[in-house]
Design a protein around this ligand. Sequence first.
Ligand code: PGA
Length: 249
Amino acid sequence: MRLNKKLVIGNWKMNGNADLIAAYRASFFPFCDQLAAIDVVLSPPFTLLQSMAEELEQLPIMLGAQNVSEYEHGAHTGEISAAMLASMATKMVIIGHSERRAERGESDRIIAAKVTQATQAGITPVLCVGETAAEKAAGRSEEVVWAQINTVLQEAGMNAFTQIVIAYEPVWAIGSGATASLEDITHMAEIINTRLSALDVKLPLLYGGSVKAKNAADIVSIPAVDGLLVGGASLDPVEFLALCRNSLP
Ligand code: PGA
């Protein structure tokens, strides 16, 4: 996977309804022509994918999903397959978000199976990785993050692996207002890039964790950072528009 532009993904998590789409129609969509120098993805919950797909049909914004089943099809009640997402024009899917790792017990192996499913359906996986506060305090950030990445490589194989986007999201920075420092983000991005280049691989690398309109420009201008994964700030179209504008080159 290669990106030509910086990429900004809005993840609504388990939030939003028709009113939030209407707010985007009023305060974001009319301005998205100004954002042609970046790529923008909106990831609403599954229940809004269809209406969001219709909204985005004529707009230069891509549709994303927040999760996908590790199975291809069949008797898996409540699951949504990669083929189902692809049939709704979904271009990217967030996989392995720390909230799913923690709340749903998603292991690196399950996450790798989801990466396989997504790539087989032609959807770009956004693989989320990141250390907890305790792992950071124990000096284990690099080891934890690399293990999360490497298991996907081992389980999903090089072909699927080279199609992913990586999102480095320190767990302690998500939704906390405690953004990682520019030095820490740069350091981790360089570690990941060095390890990947030893495998002759280059992958886009996003940062996520309390990104707001006011800190987006500094983070996205780190040379090793290819974009942003945004949670809370994407629930307000005015704030998200400002964030996207501040991410322009
Ligand atoms: P946040 O969430 O921007 O609200 O910290 C980021 C994420 O979970 O991807």
